[in-house]
Structures are given as C-alpha cells and as structure tokens.
Write a protein that binds this ligand. Structure first.
Ligand SMILES: Cc1cc2nc3c(=O)[nH]c(=O)nc-3n(C[C@H](O)[C@H](O)[C@H](O)COP(=O)(O)OP(=O)(O)OC[C@H]3O[C@@H](n4cnc5c(N)ncnc54)[C@H](O)[C@@H]3O)c2cc1C
Ligand SMILES: Cc1ncc(C[n+]2csc(CCOP(=O)(O)OP(=O)(O)O)c2C)c(N)n1
Ligand SMILES: [Mg+2]
Length: 573
C-alpha cells in the first residue's frame, strides 16, 4: 500500500528522502518551524549555516561537486530573501538546487503579515521554476516535481515555498501518484540526420577548426565523448571557465581557456579559425568580446540543450538542440581525421610568444605573486584537489595556473560572479565528497563576505583547506581602475582583520605566508593536518591578471603582460 497519512511537514522530508537527499543546508525560523520539528524523524543530516546565502552556496557547491541536486532550507521573509544571491548564482551557472522556504499561513498571504515576503514573485526571474504550496497534499508531489525540474534538461534552481498551515495540516500521500511526469520537450529529442550530416560535412571540410567546450560537457557527462571527437578528427579544444576540467588540462589537444582572461593563443586562434564547434557553452560576453568582430572567418556549429541559447549571442551555421553527449557520440563515427599540422604549428608559435611573458618565468625576487601561489598549490596537491574559488583576480589566476585534469574539480561562480561564494560552496563540495582534498581559494574581499561560515566548518568538524590570496585590495576592481581609470583607486584599498587571529578565535589552525619558498611546505603541512587550516598568502598588492580583453573590445586586442618581465607595482609592506 503506497498511501500514508502524514502532515505536510512530514511529507516534505519523506519526499526528500525518496529523492535520495542525505544532507540539507539551512537555518530555522517561525514559518518553517513545523518542518524543522518533523525533520528529527527522518534520516537527513541538517547543516546549520550562519547565513542563508551560505546555505544556497553550500547546496550549489554540493551539486557542482557531485552532480546531484543540492538542498537549502530557510524561513520566510528575511530567511528567504537572504537566499536570493545564491539562487541567482545557481541560475546563471545552470546548477541544480532545490530551495525550500517557509511561508506565512495561507489565510495571511497578502496581509503584510510578520515576515511575509512574496518570495515566489521575487525569485521568478532567477529560478528555473518555483512553487507556492498552500495545501498539505500538494507538498510531496510538488517537492518531487521540483527535483525533476532542477535536474532535467538544462539544470537550474527551483524554489518551493510552503505555507505554515500546509506544513501543519494532515494529508494522505499516495507515493505512486507523486511520481513526476514532466512534459517531453523537443529539447530532449535528437536532431534529424540532416542536421548531423551538415555538421559532419563542415567538420570534414575544415582546415583551421577548434572545439569550444563549456560547462554543458560536464553537466552532460560527455567528457570522454569530447576527447573522442577531438582525437578522431584531430581538432584542438579551447575551454570556457566553467568548462575547465571537462577535458584534461594535460591532453595534448587542450589549448586552455578562452575569453577575457583566456590564453592569448586561444583567443587569437578563435579569431583566425575557419570552424568553431561549440559544445555546451553559451558564448558569454566574457568569452566573445565584441560580437561584431568575433570569429568572423569561422563557420559555426553550436550544440546546446537549451534552444534559447542557439543564435542568442552569436549567429551560427548549424544549430543543434540536444544533449551534447548524444550528439558527439553520433558525430565521432562519421568524422574523418583532418590534416591540421599547419594550423596546430601556428598555434604553437603563438604559445611561444606568450611563454616569455609568463610571470612563472620571473625569478624569485623576494615578492610573493598570486600566480606562483596557485601554481605551487597545484604542484603540492599533485593536481588532485577540488578547488572552490571566489571571484576576482585570484579566480582568474586559479583558472590559468591550476591545471585541472578531472571534471568537477574547479567550482567557481562564472555567470553571476558572486563574491562570498567560495567558503560556503567549499563546505558543500566537502559534504558531497568527504574524501576529497577541498581547497577554498578566496580573495581578502570575498572571504570577508561569508567568513561567518568558519563556525559552520567547526561545528560540522570538516577538514577544508582555505587559501586567502591577500593582496590588500578588491584586486580585480583595482585592476580595472589601473587600466581604465588612471589608477584612481576609489574604494578598493581594503582593510582586513588579522586572518590568523580570526581563525584562532574559531579554533582553526592558521599561518601567514609571505615568501615563495614557504608556499609548498605550508600547503603540504595543511594537507597533513587533521582539521581545517587557513593559509593567509600575503601576495604582491598591485599585480594584474594578463592577458585581458577590455570589456566589449575585440577578442584579439588583448592587454598583454609587459616583456621583459618586471615588477608590476609597489608593494606596500
Ligand atoms: C571575473 C570573471 C572573469 C571571467 N572571465 C572569463 C574568461 O576569461 N573566460 C571564460 O570562459 N569565462 C570567464 N568568466 C565566466 C563567464 O562569465 C561565464 O560564466 C562562462 O564563460 C560560462 O561558461 P559556459 O558557457 O561553459 O557555462 P554555462 O554558463 O554554465 O553554460 C552552459 C551551457 O551549456 C548548456 N548545457 C547544459 N547542459 C547541457 C547538455 N547536457 N547538453 C548540451 N548543452 C548543455 C546550457 O544550456 C548552457 O547554454 C569570467 C567570470 C568572472 C566572474
Ligand atoms: C557580491 C559582489 N560584489 C561586488 C562584486 C564586484 N567585484 C568583482 S571582483 C571584486 C574584487 C574582489 O576582491 P577580492 O575578493 O579581494 O579578490 P581579488 O580580486 O583581490 O583577488 C569585486 C568587488 C562582485 N563580483 N560580487
Ligand atoms: Mg583582494
């Protein structure tokens, strides 16, 4: 007999258990109290966060690290509105999370009741879908549907707002009837043979082809298929920021990252290519620069599961709405091996020009450069860490100097660029993957936005390593001021607490590192330590991320690091 009698609050947890949920991240309050009371009867571990934004980032980090749906829970009003930034972050990066919020009693809705806020209205544009549940019998089916929506097609955040009376009332739950039935859309169908044949014909005729691999490759689990196509047709691959890890950094055909802070040879190659094969990426403006001059000599094939993305920013010759994994598999048998020796040789020459500008080549001059810290972090962790970054210069240096060979090992906020993401998302990643060597790589600015979650780490007894890239500035904004506002540093010099003492107040081991020789020993010791360790890397203050395509500029018009290599700015200390 699949029917059970229970309260809406019990139905919520029973539905979560059925969806395979074992952890939720949340913060209680009046309107969600019946749900919290019922929670104690169910085998789900609740992580008490210090701010509801943290709960959403934790759910997001959990989802990105595992591929499963992450769950966050909060009360009505301020609890729900505190989730907004995390929901938007998940939306922009297609991350599947389900957020549960309590709502005032259904009879009070619209009366400006205590802690009433129209959270379904507020989150309408930043959720894939949301629900206001006012009856106990609707709780289980809607929660289950929320999971199906979050994980299907192009993943994304879903919010379920449950009134207090829906939590306290009793209902009959017929579990068979709660099985979600999403309407099939054309997005789930494979394209016709004709379109596939057009794509294959373009590939077989190409002389200067490039694959542009994005986040959709990892979301689809198509890592092997992308490499198989690239190897069969002999086509080099460029990655978006969120695509990193989808193809091993060390694969000889992987050229590295494209875009605003992408490798110079990659951006130049995109501008000179005769064919772009874009798979699971959405031609973000950080990737294309000026659309009018973007890849003008290239024919374009675009595969995306979301039909709205095809032709949205960049007109394409062949657009295919499908799961990238299915498409790549079908192409690989049909493509021929291309003779691209001249093209690849040309790209190698471009790489040589970049090598002489690489900050890694600067001999140890007593100053600590963030790029050196990241590169040494990569070496000391043998490239095996799960790195969760915050947003800013350190994020870009991570993308350039930590060479990810495995999917889901770089977790970062790309589309919304949410400062404060790293520390809570690292908690989620660690909960999803307890055996992983998880590092939060975070700026001194972003760390101060969500550092309250240090207490969550301690309460949960988690082992996370935290690397603060402390440059005394809101560095990425300072860089824009240096390049485009004649070094007028309005509101970017940043005072920070003594991070070592701050960690000490939480009982967390911490050290400050000021010289290059100390980086690898500090990272190695942190990894060996049983508990969380915070490393405060006090780096060169006015260094900049190169190359840089100024916002809206032509992709090939990059600001390059000056050569011969020299100090980039005065160190205050
Ligand atoms: C400070 C800063 C600087 C940045 N600089 C750069 C930069 O230099 N270079 C760069 O690349 N990015 C940069 N970004 C990130 C950038 O803003 C975008 O977030 C990123 O380029 C998006 O990558 P994406 O298109 O691969 O991923 P997403 O935005 O996640 O898009 C994924 C696409 O894949 C599709 N998809 C999902 N699942 C499937 C499936 N199963 N099959 C097929 N398609 C699927 C989705 O519909 C979507 O269109 C920067 C961000 C910040 C904060
Ligand atoms: C919540 C939020 N506010 C503002 C910004 C704009 N912003 C982007 S990068 C940046 C500076 C980040 O400074 P820090 O955390 O110290 O990192 P750094 O760039 O110095 O490595 C700012 C303010 C943002 N991305 N997110
Ligand atoms: Mg900083």
């Amino acid at each position: 007999m699949a029917t059970e009698t229970m309260t809406g609050a019990q139905a919520l947890w029973a539905a979560l258990v059925r969806e395979g949920v074992t952890e939720v991240f949340g913060y209680p309050g009046g309107a969600i109290l019946p749900a919290y009371d019922a929670m104690l009867q169910f085998p789900i571990h609740h992580v008490l966060v210090r701010h509801e934004q943290g709960a959403t980032h934790m759910a997001d980090g959990y989802a990105r690290a595992s591929g499963k749906v992450g769950v966050a829970i909060a009360t009505s009003g301020p609890g729900a509105t505190n989730m907004v930034t995390g929901i938007a972050t998940a939306m922009l990066d297609s991350s599947p999370i389900v957020c549960i919020t309590g709502q005032v009693g259904s009879k009070l809705i619209g009366s400006d009741a205590f802690q009433e806020t129209d959270i379904t209205g507020i989150t309408l544009p930043i959720t894939k879908h949301n629900y206001l549940v006012t009856r106990a019998e609707d709780v289980a089916p809607m929660v289950r549907e929320a999971f199906a929506v979050a994980r299907s097609g192009r993943p994304g955040p879903v919010l379920v707002d449950i009134t207090k009376d829906a939590q306290t009332s009793t209902c009959e739950v017929d579990w068979d009837a709660t099985e979600p039935h999403l309407t099939e859309t054309m997005d789930d169908e494979l394209p016709g043979d004709g379109t596939a044949a057009e794509a294959v014909a373009l590939i077989n005729a190409a002389e200067r082809p490039l694959i542009l691999a994005g986040h959709g490759v990892t979301l689809s689990g198509a890592e092997r298929e992308v490499v198989a196509l690239a190897e069969k047709a002999n086509v080099p691959i460029a990655m978006t920021l969120l695509g990193i890890g989808g193809v091993p950094a060390h694969h000889p055909l992987n050229l590295g990252m494209m875009g605003m802070h992408g490798e110079a040879w990659v951006n130049t190659a995109i501008q000179e290519a005769d064919l772009l094969i874009a798979v699971g990426m959405r031609f973000d403006d950080r990737v294309t620069g000026n659309l009018k001059t973007y890849a003008q000599t290239a024919r374009k094939i675009h595969v995306d599961i979301d039909s709205a993305e095809i032709g949205k920013n960049v007109p394409v010759d062949v657009g295919i709405v499908a799961d990238v994994k299915d498409v790549l598999h079908s192409w690989t048998t049909a493509v021929e091996r291309l003779d691209v020796a001249e093209w690849v040789g040309h790209i190698d020459e471009l790489k040589g020009d970049s090598a002489v500008r690489d900050i890694q080549k600067l001999p140890d001059d007593g100053h600590l450069y963030a790029a050196h810290v990241i590169n040494d972090l990569w070496r000391a962790t043998h490239g095996n860490a799960v790195v969760v970054t915050d947003v800013g210069q350190h994020q870009m240096w991570e993308a350039q100097y930590y060479h990810h060979d495995k999917p889901r090992t770089l977790i970062t906020s790309g589309g919304l660029g949410t400062m404060g993401f790293a520390l809570p998302a690292a908690i989620g990643a660690k909960m999803a993957n307890p055996d992983a060597d998880v590092w939060a790589v975070v700026g001194d600015g972003g760390f101060q936005m969500t550092m309250c979650e240090l207490a969550t780490i301690v309460q949960e007894q988690l082992k996370i390593n935290i690397a603060i890239i402390n440059n005394g500035y809101l560095g990425m904004v300072r860089q824009w001021q240096e390049f485009f506002y004649e070094r007028r540093y309005a509101a970017t010099p940043l005072l920070s607490p003594d991070f070592v003492k701050l960690a000490g107040a939480y009982g967390i081991e911490a050290h400050a590192i000021k010289s290059r020789a100390d980086v690898i020993p500090a990272v190695t010791a942190a990894r060996a330590h049983g508990g969380t360790v915070l490393l405060d890397f006090q780096v060169e203050q006015e260094d900049s991320v190169f190359p840089m395509v100024p916002a809206g500029a032509d992709l090939h018009k990059m600001i390059r690091r000056p050569t011969p290599l020299a100090e980039t700015g005065a160190d205050k200390s």
